[in-house]
Design a protein around this ligand. Structure first.
Ligand code: PMP
Length: 386
């Protein structure tokens, strides 16, 4: 299988598999037990937190709490936001958030929480002019993603945070950084310092599935979502998932090494090669958000008059894995909501395919994808005059 769907999930690094296996076979103790502590499991958790801090560029005073993944982290952050907005407050998000954010906010909206959704532009970027018009001192919580799962567009989060802080200094600012962490170098200590809560997920950066977390910036106090045995300083109860935590720590360390070697620039070169190639073979090809800052690995493209569902299935039959868009809605027959929000027509949105590379993707694999697309769409070539 040529795997080009790394925004859906990634292949765990070999060191991740190795360390998980070790923790599941010989170090399976409960981390809260006397012998677990004697075996240094607390240290394992602390090392994994340190690796996450390094990957996200936060300081040692910022808390990392492990959860079952970004879905849980998003629900947790939003639940806190809804609590803070109760009474006379309101919350704000964007039109293109992941379903775990959108549907959770809609759930609270049904319970009378006022929520406003900021537009995005044709280039897939948050409309900062609209944001400026909307914010007021009663804004208590904001959830805006850092990088989009389909388009890869990196949102102007630090500009947005500055606008929000100016008008509502106490507003809790959350970002879903699930697609950004491990795919691009980030520093929440520099330009993103105003962000209070950060969601992330291990399986998006070559770690295990079912583990992620919420970074809680120094001085920010939030209520737990999951109560029980009081693990993780009472912030997230449940027996500590030491194998997965050791695994996510190993993945974060490896990603930091790859960033030091500027590996993401090699990934960008492969993505750019793919887009140049596809545009020359299909002059009418759509590439969403191309003029915006984007994740280096992602291309959301369409070959007009060719249905994405048919192409994705035909490519699977040839051993190439790409997807129609968000993996969460890949089974749905509806085309990408994000494309519609960006102003693309139903027909255009129906042609969109998401290509997402990783540090393992090669030029040969990308060339093969273009060749297969040429074979599959050859008869329609050049007819995409949109
Ligand atoms: N947010 C974004 C932007 C995502 O892409 C995903 C995964 N598709 C999630 C949240 C959910 O992550 P998890 O699988 O860890 O629950």
């Amino acid at each position: 299988m040529i795997y080009l769907d790394n925004n859906a999930t990634t292949k765990p690094f070999p060191e991740v598999v190795k360390i998980i296996t070790r923790f599941m076979t010989s170090r399976f103790w409960n981390a809260s037990s006397a012998y677990g502590q004697a075996d240094g499991l607390d240290g394992t958790v602390e090392s994994a937190k340190a690796a996450i801090r390094m990957l996200s560029g936060v300081g040692s005073e910022d808390e990392v709490v492990f959860t079952s993944g970004a879905t849980e982290s998003n629900v947790w952050a939003i639940t806190e936001g809804a609590r803070r907005a109760a009474g006379d407050g309101w919350v704000l998000s964007s039109q293109i958030e992941h379903p775990s954010v959108r549907e959770t906010l809609e759930h609270f909206q049904e319970q009378r929480l006022p929520v406003l959704w900021v537009r995005i532009t044709r280039e897939g970027v948050l409309d900062l002019d609209e944001l400026k018009e909307l914010v007021d001192p009663n804004l208590r919580f904001v959830s805006l993603m850092l990088a989009h799962n389909e388009t890869g567009v990196i949102q102007p989060l630090s500009e947005a945070a500055a606008i929000i802080r100016e008008c509502s200094p106490e507003c809790l600012i959350h970002t879903d950084a699930t697609q950004a962490l491990g795919k691009m170098p980030i520093s929440f200590s520099d330009d993103l310092n105003e962000v209070d809560l950060v969601s992330f997920s291990g399986h998006k950066f070559h770690g295990p599935k079912g583990i992620g977390g919420l970074i809680i910036r120094n001085g920010v106090l939030i209520e737990p979502l999951i109560r029980g045995g009081g693990q993780q300083n009472d912030l997230r109860s449940g027996t500590i998932n030491t194998p997965a935590i050791a695994g996510i720590g190993a993945a974060a360390n490896r990603c930091c090494e790859l960033f030091q070697k500027r590996h993401h620039e090699a990934v960008r070169a492969i993505r750019d090669h793919f887009e140049a190639h596809i545009s020359s073979v299909f002059p009418g090809a759509l590439i969403l958000g191309k003029q915006s800052p984007r994740l280096p690995n992602t291309s959301f493209f369409g070959i007009p008059w060719n249905d994405a569902d048919d192409l994705v299935l035909a490519l699977v039959a040839k051993g190439i894995a790409v997807s129609k868009g968000s993996s969460c809605s890949a089974q749905s027959i509806e085309p990408s909501r994000t494309a519609a929000q960006m102003g693309y027509s139903y027909e255009e949105a129906s042609s969109l395919i998401r290509f997402s590379a990783s540090c393992e993707t090669t030029f040969e694999e990308v060339n093969l994808l273009v060749e297969e697309l040429q074979d599959l769409c050859g008869q329609n070539r050049n007819c995409g005059k949109i």
